[in-house]
Design a protein around this ligand. Sequence first.
Ligand code: G
Ligand code: G
Ligand code: MN
Ligand code: NA
Length: 255
Amino acid sequence: HSLTNHLPGALERDEFFLEYQPLIRMSDGQVDGAEALVRWKHPVHGRLGPDRFIPLAEHTGLIVPLGRWVLEQAVSHACTWAGGQPLRVNVNLSPRQLHHPDLVPDTIAVLESAGVAPSSLCLEVTESALISADEDELKPLWQLAELGVDIALDDFGTGYSNLANLRRLPATTLKLDRSFTQGLQRHPADPVDLTFVEGIVSLAHALGLAVTVEGVETESQADQLRQLGCDTAQGWYYARPAPPGEFARDWARAG
Ligand code: G
Ligand code: G
Ligand code: MN
Ligand code: NA
């Protein structure tokens, strides 16, 4: 029953499914998009989160076909959410996908066959996956960015990157790691976290990047982050990740 034995066939057995968590625009509280999050309905262990199998999929290479499946599913779900005007959808990319030669052609093919504009897709790449990337390794992301795909730096603030490095990355959005959001929950808020968020927001805006905050669990965090100038927020305060039908019912605009 080991995960290692079951994982290779799981895609063919149709055991993966996606959940969606809304991204909320802080200026007006409206939904701005959704992050697709993969789960595995394991025949023995039941529902497993990505932390349980993404590292294994990355290690075995299954992440490449799995990642393509996630992209196809997410883009096709996004099409159904708002009569012809799809919500933006965020899809996570693992390092191995980033380095695969099919990333650009596959992404273009998926968007074209669904008739979805590149600007409706945001690819999330962790800051740590990009730190060591050289110019050649960044080329596919630049190509996608030039087509209009948004690129978000996920878990930003945890990867020890040189801030000057941001200028050579094709990122359009910084996703501030949820540890900063947690620091704002204390009374009084952790002054270092406050200063850090303030600094990142002003740096990001100066570079033309938007800031999304993760892990917003309370109204107080949401209020502080809005005042600090964050553009978009995600977290349990707004909604937990939910299956596509439930997400559509609660968040998709009527078509
Ligand atoms: O689903 P959960 O909220 O537990 O997400 C945990 C982590 O798994 C997140 O950091 C997210 O980036 C990652 N993750 C979720 N879905 C995918 C996916 O489709 N591909 C990759 N590579 N990572 C994912
Ligand atoms: O890509 P990333 O690792 O950032 O994926 C988001 C992860 O954060 C998912 O595992 C998701 O379930 C989780 N998450 C989303 N909102 C919240 C929240 O408000 N609080 C906490 N603790 N986790 C959250
Ligand atoms: Mn993410
Ligand atoms: Na993250």
